[in-house]
Design a protein around this ligand. Structure first.
Ligand code: MN
Length: 287
């Protein structure tokens, strides 16, 4: 079994724009290179919104040097960006946006969700890029629910949805720049399972809601994360109640990280350059 390097609590809830009430479950500031290639995870627990006339969310803002992965569990969100891409994603869908050399985008509740109201639940994961990939063209992948393998665990313990990487030979649809697995895992209350994890990678088990006990007796509850060592074994999980988890593993990127707001680069000079480029309108525009 893998050793638990640490257990971490998510932050208190705060708003991203006026649409996304999130808890930051980890960040570059809290876990640094220990969580590489991942940078940050925001989770918006189920929140009910009344019908409205103006979409709530976050207006135009830039990103450079990394990728944002938006996973919708409930509700519906819409995105538009400076590459001309855009789309609407609902429960089970994922949007994998590559900011890389630079992108300008906006993130809002969909028109229908705004009009009808409802319960929103979503997560946004930030994934770093290697220095050599930070100047790649910006891109956008919509990964719809039907493209994402939904693999049953043994003994009816639950399911693994493979967003990126692979689980037991089932490949996720996301194209990634470096090797990683992003699994949306649901465990049935009372069930136990062991998830095999790839060798020598950063690995973390994150409970969005529910409760799981790891093999050595540590119990994780809502918004808690266990960072595991980079061994070659799997992780044994026992769910106390029905539980939704994210299980992340990835090849660490062993390079300096300088993160400032929406930019994640390798040096302070590159951050300044990103700020200058943004001020000069070099991130393009949203049509
Ligand atoms: Mn953004």
């Amino acid at each position: 079994m893998r050793t638990i390097l640490g257990v971490y609590n998510g932050s208190r809830q705060h708003w991203v724009g006026d649409g996304f009430p999130v808890r930051t479950l980890f960040s570059q500031e809290t876990l640094g290179r220990h969580i590489s290639p991942f940078l940050m995870l925001d989770y918006a627990p189920p929140t009910t919104f009344d019908p409205a006339t103006r979409p709530r969310g976050v207006g135009q803002h830039p990103h450079r040097g990394f990728e944002t992965v938006t996973i919708v569990y409930g509700g519906e969100v819409e995105h538009r960006d400076s590459t001309g891409a855009g789309g609407r994603i609902g429960p089970g869908d994922v949007q994998w946006m590559t900011a890389a050399s630079g992108i300008l985008h906006e993130e809002f509740h969909s028109e229908r969700f705004t009009r009808e109201g409802g319960t929103l639940e979503m997560a946004q994961l930030w994934v770093n890029l290697r220095a050599k990939d930070k100047d790649a063209p910006a891109g956008y992948q919509t990964l719809t629910s039907d493209q994402i393998p939904n693999v049953a665990l043994d003994d009816d313990a639950g399911r693994v949805r493979v967003i990126a990487g692979a689980y037991r030979g089932h490949n996720g649809p996301a194209n990634t720049f470096s090797p990683m697995d992003v699994w949306d895992v649901r465990l049935r209350g009372g069930a136990s399972t062991t998830l095999d994890l790839p060798e020598d990678r950063t690995a973390a088990v994150i409970v969005l809601h529910g409760a799981v006990t790891l093999e050595e007796g540590t119990t994780l509850r809502d918004g808690q994360l266990a960072l595991l060592d980079r061994g070659d074994e799997g992780v044994a999980l026992a769910a106390g109640v029905d539980t939704t988890l994210l299980v992340l593993s990835g090849e660490p990127i062993d390079e300096p990280v300088v993160a400032y707001g929406p930019f994640v680069m390798n040096t302070v000079e590159e951050i300044r350059e990103a700020q200058r480029d943004f001020a000069r309108g070099r991130f393009g525009r949203i049509a």
